[in-house]
Design a protein around this ligand. Structure first.
Ligand code: SF4
Ligand code: SF4
Length: 110
């Protein structure tokens, strides 16, 4: 095969039909304000844990809404529940309750 000087990248498409959305439904049922998120990133920019680690709260709730929950278990434990993310959210998302519900969903759904 001719060498064009580049390689094909893996497929990064998200299959929403195949992803497990049980955890997302559990969290949204208990904290509907998550549906108001516009993904602005203010929560991540102000996150206390994010200043010292690679923890990214916006990435966490984005993965949750996509149904990609396999990475959440280790990451969510880093949150200190300080509530700064919630104070700056322009959409009024109750992020501390979102994080609490993600923890509950991990316990109940796995
Ligand atoms: S600050 Fe609020 S609206 Fe912005 S990404 Fe975070 S949760 Fe979503
Ligand atoms: S409550 Fe958790 S996610 Fe929000 S700013 Fe504090 S450490 Fe970050």
């Amino acid at each position: 095969m001719k060498d064009f000087g580049y390689t094909l990248q893996p497929d990064f498409s998200i299959d929403f039909d195949r992803n497990d959305k049980r955890m997302m439904l559990y969290v949204v049922n208990h904290e509907p304000s998550l549906n108001l998120c516009i993904g602005c990133g203010s929560c991540t920019a102000t996150c206390s844990t994010g200043h010292f680690t690679s923890f990214n709260i916006r990435a966490i709730h984005t993965l949750l809404r996509r149904g990609e929950t396999h990475q959440l278990k280790q990451e969510i434990r880093k949150c200190m529940f300080c509530g700064k993310c919630q104070l700056v959210c322009p959409r009024g998302v109750n992020l501390r309750n979102v994080i609490l519900r993600i923890n509950r969903a991990i316990e109940q759904i796995g």
